[in-house]
Ligand binder design. Structure first.
Ligand SMILES: [Fe+2]
Ligand SMILES: [Fe+2]
Length: 475
């Protein structure tokens, strides 16, 4: 059951051929998807042979297959983790009951909304990144971008399968709409604001894959706990793909830092002007990019108090991160949690019912996780003997949703007046000048084994390929 059937038009491990109607409906959606890929996917890349990995099974070993493929020929399909026998609902009001193999009528609208919202982010990020291939810093990086892109396309397939199979006509309509909304489109934008922002340069791409794909990880982890078993099994497999995206981000930023600290030591300077003249990205600019991407991403978890979050949890639709490892009663009726708000010009903690604060719980778990990589980046700086520390900004900094929306708070967590904020904001968030400088570095390096000046080579190639491997055949 874990092996994937590649002999069918739509590769799958869900016995798709046993349900002719469903198969036909998905085969009808397939050309629309391919048209979307051609119109909105990686620009000018249709003819390239790209060294991609393809899942041959959903086992951990199932990623061993690598080969050169044209992206429009990538075998997008439907892969689910194996069913766990006698799986029980392990949180919320239905705890102890059998998990659902179908959608209970009373949860239909909420589940559809959850699946559509998740599904919408997947093609959105492909759209946001579609121009990046034109300025790749190396073949290795170009290949990683394309790998991320095809897998986000695959994640769209994962959600579309659930919509088609379990939501009838509404589901089919939603699946079409997922190809019609476009990132940044004024008339028909993507659902979540962060997915309508531009990803204008490769530093933004690495920050996005580190911070924003990690939001994806936490949302998927919460859905992998779901009482709706097909959703749980689907998202579990998606998580194995997500891990690579975050690796691209963490190692990408790490290599930028490596190059910068090497230049700092070579030139014996921390002067931003001199470092920019040398064509590397100074550490204060990196810090501002971190501040931006971190704050925009933590907004994605939603309002700090939300009755929807409570409903999703109590009805078993969406659990907490690592739900089963937690020691409480998994019902949370009398529990409380601390959220932040501003009182008399100060940030104060307020205890609220935990069920209503589950967005905040997930956001806090995310914050803890995202600090790990920042610590590893600091080790690169440390090792170079440079006294500089990167950090994530305070949770209340530059927020746009919930009780902290629009409140002016410093990266350290001090509430500011509008004029204090205006005086300092260019120290905290990328200025137009920073962005223009980073943009000026973006060129196109495509010779095998060569890297742009602003980024160090990776320690090891993809699938242990040598440094000068031809990851992309441009044809
Ligand atoms: Fe994804
Ligand atoms: Fe991702």
């Amino acid at each position: 059951m874990t092996a994937i059937n590649y002999s069918e038009k739509i590769p799958n491990n869900v016995n798709l051929s046993e349900d002719r109607t469903l198969q036909r409906a998905l085969e009808h959606w397939q050309p629309n998807y391919l048209q979307w890929w051609k119109d909105m996917g990686p620009e000018g890349s249709q003819n390239f042979d790209v060294y991609l990995r393809t899942a041959v099974s959903v086992d951990p070993q199932g990623w061993a297959q690598f080969g050169h493929v044209k992206m429009p020929d990538y075998r997008w399909g439907i892969f689910m983790n194996q069913a766990q026998q006698d799986r029980k609902i392990h949180f919320g009001d239905n705890m102890g009951g059998d998990v659902w193999q179908d959608v209970p009528g009373e949860h239909r609208a909420n589940l559809r909304r959850i699946i559509v919202t998740q599904g919408d982010t997947e093609p959105a990020s492909v759209e946001q990144q579609r121009h990046l291939g034109l300025t790749a810093p190396s073949q290795y990086d170009l290949r990683n971008l394309f790998q991320v892109n095809v897998e986000e396309g695959r994640h769209l397939w994962a959600m579309v399968y659930l919509l088609h199979k379990y939501f009838g006509r509404d589901g089919r309509e939603e699946a079409e709409a997922l190809l019609e909304r476009n990132s940044g489109n004024d008339d028909n934008p993507r659902i979540l604001q962060a997915f309508n922002e531009k990803t204008p340069d490769w530093l933004s791409f690495f920050m996005f894959t580190y911070f924003t794909d990690r939001d994806g990880k936490f949302q998927l982890c919460a859905l992998a706990e779901s009482a709706f078993d097909p959703l749980a099994r689907t998202t579990k497999f998606m998580l194995t793909e997500e891990a690579h995206h975050m690796f691209v981000g963490e190692s990408g930023v790490g290599r930028v830092i490596q190059r910068t600290v090497d230049a700092m030591n070579q030139l014996k300077t921390d002067d931003v002007g001199k470092l920019r003249a040398a064509g590397v990205i100074d550490l204060p600019t990196l810090q501002r990019y971190i501040n931006f991407h971190f704050s925009v991403t933590i907004d994605l978890f939603g309002a700090d108090q939300s009755s929807n979050a409570a409903t999703f949890y109590s009805s078993g639709l969406k659990g907490r991160y690592e739900e089963s490892k937690r020691a409480d009663d998994h019902i949370l009726k009398g529990n409380t949690y601390k959220v932040l708000e501003v009182q008399n010009g100060q940030l104060v903690e307020k205890e609220v019912p935990m069920l209503n604060a589950l967005n905040e719980v997930l956001r806090d778990d995310y914050i803890t996780d995202s600090k790990g990589g920042v610590d590893r980046w600091n080790r690169i700086i440390d090792k170079a003997g440079i006294p500089f520390k990167l950090s994530v900004p305070h949770k209340a900094f530059h927020r746009n949703i919930g009780a902290l929306a629009g409140v002016k708070v410093s990266t350290e967590g001090r509430v500011l007046s509008d004029s204090e904020w205006s005086a300092k904001v260019s120290e905290w968030l990328p200025s137009n000048e920073d962005r223009a400088y980073v943009a000026s570095l973006m060129g196109r390096v495509v010779e095998p084994g060569k890297f742009a000046n602003w980024i160090a080579p990776p320690v090891v190639g993809i699938n242990r390929q040598p440094a000068d491997f031809d990851y992309i055949r441009f044809n």
